[in-house]
Structures are given as structure tokens and as C-alpha cells.
Design a protein. Structure first.
Length: 312
């Protein structure tokens, strides 16, 4: 029988980790900022996933309804999801009645393990991508986060969402079925407050991540979001956008990134050299800019070399 590292952690068979598990006392303590009537934002850390932050790097949203709280993006682990659910109940007076998963990435999706799968919803493309990649993500998170992940298993959301109007507990939403950051990216407009919850289609003062990105599709989705009237925007990472700048900032980074990497390939730079290229001063305030540039080099460079370099 083959045991992967996740199975060993679960079984307590890795002695250093097992010994540490007895001492582990890490707890998630999410905090919520009020955004509008019956809507709160929970900020993630503007960092890469790591043991020190428990993987709690993505933003979530909590919305009060008559049928229970709506939780948009349930976090990275079962314990994280439970903490977000407890916070939602304290804020709204009701347990979570519906969970929306914006896309497949584990910092947004794996906290669904804290909830009844019957209340977890996503786009069909997101469910399909989690069927494909969920176990691999789970193994990676157990390696990175160890005891933070205890009890976490992949929960497949109902792949039943589509573009259009939706209602839950007397609260009306517009759901947007988009793609570009991943193969399926859900955004939600809360009609009562005019708040657009954009998931990872929009990053604000934090460099975008691109592991499953299609840049042409992402730009088209940004066009849709930019054309949608809204009062505030909750990005997938970074602070709330109150002045309408986050969509343009995300697009600017993606445009610069693509042009820079194409030029780097054309000049014959290798991946290490491309990852150390200067980042324009206008991006100086973006958290994780160097980290995400280097990750994006690994995501895009092989295909760009195949496209642009001559065959010998």
C-alpha cells in the first residue's frame, strides 16, 4: 500500500510531525469589516500560503439573509471554514445556509470541508476542475500547512450555478459565470448594497497569481466586471476597492506581465533571468510582486518559448 505524506500526517506516522501535533495550538481568528447592510468582508493575509499564516490568505465575504448566512469562499481548511462559519453566525445570528466557492484554488475552496456538501455551490467548471485537481491540492496543502489541515478532505461543490439572477433567504444577487484566472470564476453582485464580490478575477494592491490563467479570457472577464455598475468591490486578495481602481490595476499588471515575458523570451533570457527583471515603479505598492512574477515565469515561459523561439 502506498501512503502519501497527507495520509501519513493523518495517521500520525511521521514522528516529527506527530510529536509537533501534540503541541500544536494554532487557531484561526478571522475578523470581519462591515461593508454595507448585512455584508462583511474577511481579509486574508497579503502573503503566500505558509505555515505561519495557516494558509488564510484569501478574502471571504459574509452576507446576512433570512435563511441563514451566505459565505462566499470558505477558506483553506476545515478548521478555517469552521472559524468563518462561527464568525458568520455571530455576525448574523444564523448559521451558514449557503456557501459559494469562487474557483478551484485551495485558499478559496478547501474550507468547504466544514460544511454539508448540499449547501456548497460553484460553477460547473469549478466542480470539474476540483474533480481533476482537488486531491493534488490537498496533498500540497498538507505538506505546507501540516496540522492546520487536520480533518480536511476535498468537498466537491454542487456544480449547479449559472450566469443570472439568484435569490437566497430574501436577498437578491446577480451571479456572473466568468473565467480567466481559472477555468471557472464566479463573481457575485449583492443588489442590496451594490457590492461586487469578484473572487480572484480582481486583486487589489497585491500582485495577481496565474497558475491556471488564460490571459485573454481574464481580460474579457475584467471587461464584464468593469461594465457592471457597482458601489464597492471586494477582491479575492487585498483591501476593499472603494475608488474603482482595482480592476484597472489588475489589468495593468496582466498586460505588463505578458508583454514583459514575451520580450524576455525574444531576447533569449532564461527563466531565472526573467524572474529577476525590474518591476515598474507603479507596482511598488503591490504585495508579493516579485514572488508572483517568478511564479508567472514558471507558468507561462515554456509555452512562450515554444511559440516564439525558432526550432533548430
Amino acid at each position: 500500500m502506498r501512503l502519501d505524506r497527507r495520509a501519513l500526517v493523518l495517521a500520525g506516522l511521521l514522528s516529527p510531525i506527530a510529536a509537533f501535533a501534540e503541541q500544536f495550538a494554532g487557531k484561526y481568528n478571522p475578523l470581519a469589516d462591515p461593508v454595507g447592510d448585512g455584508l462583511w468582508m474577511v481579509r486574508g493575509a497579503d502573503e503566500a500560503i505558509g505555515f505561519a499564516n495557516g494558509g488564510a490568505i484569501a478574502n471571504s465575504a459574509i452576507i446576512a439573509t433570512d435563511a441563514g448566512a451566505v459565505l462566499f469562499d470558505p477558506g483553506v481548511s476545515r478548521e478555517h471554514g469552521l472559524a468563518l462559519g462561527a464568525l458568520a453566525q455571530r455576525l448574523t445570528g444564523k448559521a451558514v445556509g449557503r456557501v459559494y466557492v469562487s474557483h478551484l484554488h485551495p485558499d478559496h475552496a478547501m474550507g468547504a470541508a466544514a460544511f454539508d456538501p448540499a449547501i456548497v455551490h460553484a460553477l460547473p467548471a469549478t466542480r470539474a476542475e476540483l474533480e481533476r485537481d482537488g486531491e493534488g491540492f490537498s496533498d500540497a496543502m498538507y505538506r505546507l500547512l501540516a496540522d492546520w489541515m487536520k480533518g480536511t478532505a476535498v468537498v466537491l461543490p454542487q456544480g449547479d450555478l449559472s450566469d443570472g439572477q439568484a435569490e437566497f433567504g430574501g436577498r437578491k444577487f446577480r451571479l456572473l459565470a466568468l473565467k480567466g484566472h481559472s477555468g471557472g470564476d464566479l463573481a457575485l453582485l449583492d443588489e442590496a448594497t451594490g457590492t461586487l464580490i469578484a473572487g480572484d478575477l480582481v486583486f487589489h494592491d497585491r500582485a495577481p497569481s496565474t497558475p491556471h490563467a488564460s490571459l485573454p479570457d481574464w481580460r474579457k472577464s475584467l471587461d464584464v466586471l468593469a461594465a457592471l455598475p457597482h458601489r464597492l468591490l471586494l477582491p479575492g486578495h487585498g483591501p476593499i476597492d472603494r475608488d474603482g481602481s482595482a480592476i484597472a490595476q489588475t489589468r495593468d499588471w496582466l498586460d505588463w506581465l505578458e508583454a514583459t515575458l514575451r520580450d524576455s523570451v525574444a531576447q533569449g533570457f532564461d527563466m531565472s533571468e526573467a524572474g529577476e527583471l525590474p518591476i515598474p515603479p507603479r507596482f511598488a505598492a503591490l504585495k508579493a510582486a516579485r514572488y508572483e512574477l517568478q511564479r508567472s515565469v514558471s507558468h507561462f515561459y515554456p509555452a512562450l518559448e515554444a511559440e516564439l523561439l525558432p526550432r533548430l
